[in-house]
Design a protein around this ligand. Structure first.
Ligand code: FES
Ligand SMILES: [Fe+2]
Ligand SMILES: [Fe+2]
Length: 423
């Protein structure tokens, strides 16, 4: 190869490198409809291989609440367009544009096939297997002091653990309301301590499926409304457990200055637990009014993942569960409401409005305790939050944001805009 040819090859290599086309594998490796590709920046991608032989790609985490789109179904939505349907709440995402009829938008990527090789246009390196990294527990994280012996009865933690271990949702709700009442009236006054179960109990009759295998009712029908209410009731059941889990798991933490969490922390999360129980009850009643029942459809338990991921660190728990996921719930509220309003389902609309008002206070509670601990430990609350989200959430936060709802909860843009993918 003479000097000119070498220069030419080098120049071409530079062009290819600068263009951000990532080679992901030969075509034959992607025979299944959906393949998840892991990105180094946590924004994983789903590569879709359609029946007519096309390749398309979009972010694999659903912009709604992070459902696994790689486990979704591909549906023909007319006009030659295909959509990927999220297995969690069945939002549709057009494979060509990433837009959804719900108003949300997913990031799509250009895909090229050349000489039997597949290339995706993105700045991040993609691979077929996740990078195995053992998440380092920060030295100063607020780690619960476990194991601790099971405490005496009639303390808040005894009941929190008991409710977590109660599989029947109606009983879980009733116990939650009883404990809330007894705590508020001072009949239970000791916080105590108890060991939190790794995962809350669920009824054996509840069919728990891999997310991708949950089928939705056809759009716009009564069945699809029931399916959506059913998935919301499932979320509320987990939300009850998340509230009791933060109480029992972190009851014994000490802040860096040696102080314990104040009584108000427990007051707030007992109130959150009570709200979540009320939400479950309202949704369960509505599902019954519509002729079905909770448990009639399979559910997924992907929601506990963030609890497990943050079980070692109270600050991470507050950040991810209450300030990322619950805040995301505020963002998607308008779209969910519109679905029921479009079918004149006023009763469901009223329930969703009650839930929305309460959820604003839950985000506010997360924010209050996060900033309280930062102040006590002389940590900058914004950079601490951003670091924790980058460490535990994996991926970027996605617009659209309900900035009004978030602001009412006390969360200004400075909290979440720095966590959006840079354009
Ligand atoms: S998480 Fe995908 S539709 Fe809710
Ligand atoms: Fe709720
Ligand atoms: Fe909540």
């Amino acid at each position: 190869m003479d000097g000119f040819e070498r220069d030419l090859v080098c120049a071409l290599k530079e062009v290819v490198n600068d263009s951000n086309w990532q080679y992901v594998g030969v075509k034959e490796m992607f025979n299944s409809p959906c393949t998840k590709l892991y990105s180094e920046d946590g924004e994983h991608v789903v590569l879709v291989h359609t029946e007519d032989g096309r390749f398309l790609a979009m972010d694999s985490a659903c912009p709604h609440e992070g459902g696994p789109l790689e486990l979704g179904d591909i549906e023909d939505v007319g006009n030659g367009k295909l959509a990927l349907i999220c297995p969690w709440h069945h939002f549709d995402f057009c494979l060509d544009t990433g837009s959804s009829s719900t108003g949300l938008q997913n990031q799509v990527y250009e895909v090229r096939e050349f000489n039997g090789k597949i290339y995706i246009q993105t700045q991040s390196r993609l691979s077929l297997s996740p990078k195995t990294e053992t998440a380092a527990v920060p030295f100063d994280s607020l780690t619960p002091r476990l194991p601790v012996p099971v405490c005496s009865e009639d303390t808040l933690c005894f009941w929190a653990a008991k409710i977590l271990c109660t599989p029947e949702p109606k009983e879980k709700v009733a116990l939650t309301h009883q404990v809330q009442e007894r705590w508020n009236s001072g009949q239970i006054s000791e916080i105590g301590h108890a060991e939190a179960p790794e995962q809350p109990s669920r009824e054996e009759s509840l069919t728990v499926r891999e997310p991708g295998r949950i089928k939705r009712g056809k759009g716009g029908t009564l069945a699809s409304r029931i399916a959506l209410l059913h998935s919301l009731a499932n979320i509320e059941q987990w939300a009850i457990d998340l509230s009791w889990d933060i109480i029992v798991r972190f009851a014994t933490v000490r802040l860096q200055n040696g102080e314990q969490l104040p009584q108000e922390f427990f007051n707030d999360f007992v109130k959150v637990a009570g709200d979540e129980a009320k939400h479950y009850q309202l949704l369960e009643k509505r599902i019954t009014e519509l002729g079905s029942f909770f448990g009639s459809l399979p559910v997924h338990n992907g929601l506990w993942q963030s609890a497990t991921d943050t079980s070692h660190d109270l600050m991470a728990r507050l950040a991810i569960v209450h300030m990322v996921h619950e805040a995301r719930g505020l963002d998607v509220h308008p779209q969910t409401l519109a679905r029921f309003a479009a079918q004149s389902d006023e009763s469901s609309v009223k329930i969703l409005e009650v839930i929305y008002r309460d959820e604003i206070t839950h985000v506010a509670a997360g924010l209050r305790w996060f900033t309280y601990i930062c102040a006590k430990e002389e940590r900058d609350h914004l950079s601490t939050f951003h670091d924790l989200v980058k460490q535990h959430f994996k991926g970027y936060l996605k617009p659209p944001f309900n900035s009004e709802g978030r602001k009412t909860a006390g969360m200004n843009e400075e909290w979440y805009l720095p966590l959006v993918r840079p354009s």
